[in-house]
Design a protein around this ligand. Structure first.
Ligand code: T46
Length: 181
């Protein structure tokens, strides 16, 4: 497993060691000891999620204002443009966004600590998105940051208007969003 820095200091891209042979491939998609050694994070994950989305679906930008979830995200089918925004007021990168391509092909994973908003746009015909979270889903604490808030300056590789949930279409711009200390 290799750690690659991203545009945000605390957000890390993890590239697993893949063993290929004439049968196919094998790789450890998660190893608590390796993860802790590489990230310094020892909190346990409590929930695994799996979503499937069609091309042009945009989910996000989501976060929980309480019970903030750390997320370890990856794609097992297709390809997504994955976006993270720092919502920690005390952080020098507050309000800054970074993006990475995650795909079944590159097998890259993104570690997103608590305190960030997260979302993705599906680039392939469909994509399956799997992720582990460090706290439980708490709908009462869910918040949505407006995906196309000009203040975020996210250059989404859109070919068309994205397919959004009603909730995501009503996201708040950064200036009005509840943020972390
Ligand atoms: C997140 C979640 C949702 N649900 C239920 C609630 C809805 O009935 C249904 C779909 O929920 P939602 O439209 O919020 O799903 P996404 O838009 O994929 O939300 C996720 O997408 C972005 C990219 C994230 O980073 C978040 O982890 C998460 O908010 O699943 C659950 O039962 N448990 C859960 O943990």
């Amino acid at each position: 497993m290799k750690v690659i820095e991203t545009g945000l200091p605390d957000v890390l891209l993890l590239e697993p060691r893949v063993f290929g042979d004439d049968r196919g491939f094998f790789y450890e998609s998660f190893n608590a000891k390796t993860f802790a050694e590489l990230t310094g994070v020892t909190t346990a994950f409590v929930q695994d999620n799996h979503s499937k989305s069609a091309k042009n679906v945009l989910r996000g930008l989501h976060y929980q204002i309480q019970q903030s979830q750390g997320k370890l995200v990856r794609v097992t089918a297709g390809e997504v443009f994955d976006v993270v925004v720092d919502l920690r007021k005390s952080s020098p990168s507050f309000g800054k966004a970074t993006a990475e391509i995650l795909s079944a092909e590159n097998k890259r994973q993104l570690w997103i600590p608590p305190g960030f908003a997260h979302g993705f746009l599906v680039l392939s015909e469909s994509a399956e998105f799997l992720y582990k979270t460090t706290d439980y889903w708490a709908p009462e604490h869910e918040r949505c940051l407006l995906w196309n808030d000009p203040a975020l300056g996210i250059d989404w590789p859109l070919t068309d208007a994205p397919l959004l949930s009603a909730k995501d279409a009503l996201g708040k711009p950064l200036a009005q969003a509840e943020v972390f200390a």
